[in-house]
Ligand binder design. Structure first.
Ligand code: PEP
Ligand code: CO
Length: 455
């Protein structure tokens, strides 16, 4: 008998009776079982009241009172679990949120794609180079990117190494935030050395100054410090792909009478694992976290309706975020039907645009990239199409890094295909660098300002 009052036919392992795609094939089942059991004994990374507080904030975003910024690496790597890397990524997310807050005049919910984004879906199980075929790289939680049989062998111990790094990352993020790193009273902490493009730097500085001024004005009028604005909350998210490890960190919270995935605040279902009768949907339907679902060109309107029914049968506010990723070329054609289809279910959802995954292309030289113009165009189209359909874009989901990488072409500094060779570090998808990320945030802010008649 299940302990959940709402879901009598679910427990954290019922997904095992369904077809599970994208799971690695481990050679040693005993070692796997031991690693998963160890993971199940370790303390949770997040707690249920934080998860509930994010759900409440997402419910506000559904009502148009807040806006979601979800971003981070396509795949975190164990090697990048370093103080400087983590701090820079946090900084760029904070800077984006500040710019967006000023433009949208709505609080920004900050959700990192970090502290657990270590498992990746892949389009093929194997990779062949010069006649040699090996398992594909599935993220640092599973195997290693190097092209040798040893590095590509799935290793269950990596699940524990991933848990540890997620925990170290989250610990550092929490300490930075608690220590005032994100304090709006000290925007001078938020150094802009990476902003080489002068007009962008000036525009950003103007925004920081105007926020500081408003804060000062409000505080002198009210005689109080603005605490809510002074401390930026940060939530975590990752794709809930590797089901054994997600299951191991799923706990029943007696006080809430619900099951939670306590490895992250907001797990999401990727495009490749959203099959209605599949194991991922089965697992996700039973956890109480707010969840995301990627919605791409391969999904029909009926499929999406059935997902909405399966994943949010109680129509609970804040529960379901639909992250569409059609690409600049297809969004026009595909999004309106999806919005209509979801409206017909009567469910309230949060619509978010991921302008990255529908805009991936390969250069003539064989390098995976994304054009900044397409990314901007998709976000712009998303705002407009939702408005035209009587709906609302409630957030963006981006792949970014705080490093000065050259993985996406375009942006204020006009990165070209020739630049990609200079600082291309991603093992998987190309990310926006810090400067491009801030430029995207400025476009969102400008667009909002223009709609209110303040260009
Ligand atoms: C991702 O977010 O990295 C990803 C693989 O996205 P999608 O499932 O939308 O393809
Ligand atoms: Co990606």
């Amino acid at each position: 008998m299940s302990k959940s009052p709402v879901m009598s036919n679910w427990h954290p392992a019922t997904w095992q009776n369904k077809p599970a795609t994208q799971q690695p094939k481990y050679r040693d089942p005993v070692a796997l079982e031991r690693a998963v059991a160890a993971l199940g004994r370790l303390p949770p990374l997040v707690v249920s009241w934080e998860v509930e507080s994010l759900r409440a904030e997402l419910a506000k975003a559904q009502r148009g009172e807040q806006f979601l910024l979800q971003g981070g690496d396509c795949a975190e790597s164990f090697e990048d679990c370093q103080s400087d890397y983590i701090a820079k990524r946090l900084k760029v997310l904070l800077q984006m949120s500040l710019v967006m807050l000023q433009g949208l005049k709505r609080p920004i919910i900050r959700v990192g794609r970090f502290a657990g984004q270590y498992a990746k879906p892949r389009s093929a199980d194997t990779e062949t180079r010069d006649g040699v075929t090996l398992p594909t790289y599935r993220g640092d939680n599973v195997n290693r990117p190097g092209f040798t049989a040893a590095e590509r062998e799935p290793d269950p111990q990596l699940l524990l190494r991933g848990y540890e790094r997620a925990s170290l990352t989250l610990n550092f993020v929490r300490a930075l935030v608690d220590g005032g790193f994100a304090d709006l009273h000290h925007p001078e902490y938020w150094d802009l050395a990476f902003l080489r493009h002068a007009p962008l730097r000036e525009a950003y500085q103007a925004i920081v100054d105007s926020i500081a001024e408003s804060l000062e004005f409000f505080e002198s009028m009210s005689g109080q410090r603005v605490h809510a604005a002074a401390r930026a909350e940060f939530y975590t998210s990752h794709e809930g792909l590797h089901l054994l490890s997600e299951q191991a960190q799923t706990r029943y919270i007696e006080r809430q009478k619900k099951w939670y995935n306590l490895s992250t605040h907001m797990p999401w279902i990727g495009m490749r694992t959203a099959q209605l009768d599949g194991a991922h949907v089965e697992y996700f339907r039973g956890i109480a976290n707010p969840i995301g679902v990627k919605v791409g060109a391969g999904m029909s309107a009926e499929w999406l309706q059935e997902l909405v029914e399966a994943l949010n049968p109680q129509n609970q506010p804040g529960r379901l975020t639909l992250i569409h990723r059609f690409g600049a070329k297809e969004i026009e054609q595909r999004l309106p039907d999806m919005v209509d289809a979801v409206r017909a279910t009567g469910s309230q959802v949060l619509w978010v645009c991921d302008p990255m995954h529908g805009n991936t292309e390969t250069t003539a030289g064989g390098v995976k990239t994304r054009r900044f113009d397409n990314i901007l165009a998709e976000v712009e189209a998303a705002f407009r199409i939702h408005e035209e359909c009587g709906s609302m874009l409630g957030g963006v989901h981006v792949e970014l890094t705080g490093e000065d990488v050259t993985e996406c072409v375009g942006g204020a500094r006009g990165l070209t295909e020739a630049d990609l060779a200079r600082a291309y570090r991603s093992q998987v998808d190309p990310r926006l660098n810090a400067e491009q990320s801030l430029e995207l945030a400025m476009m969102i802010a400008r667009r909002a300002g223009a709609r209110r008649g303040h260009p």
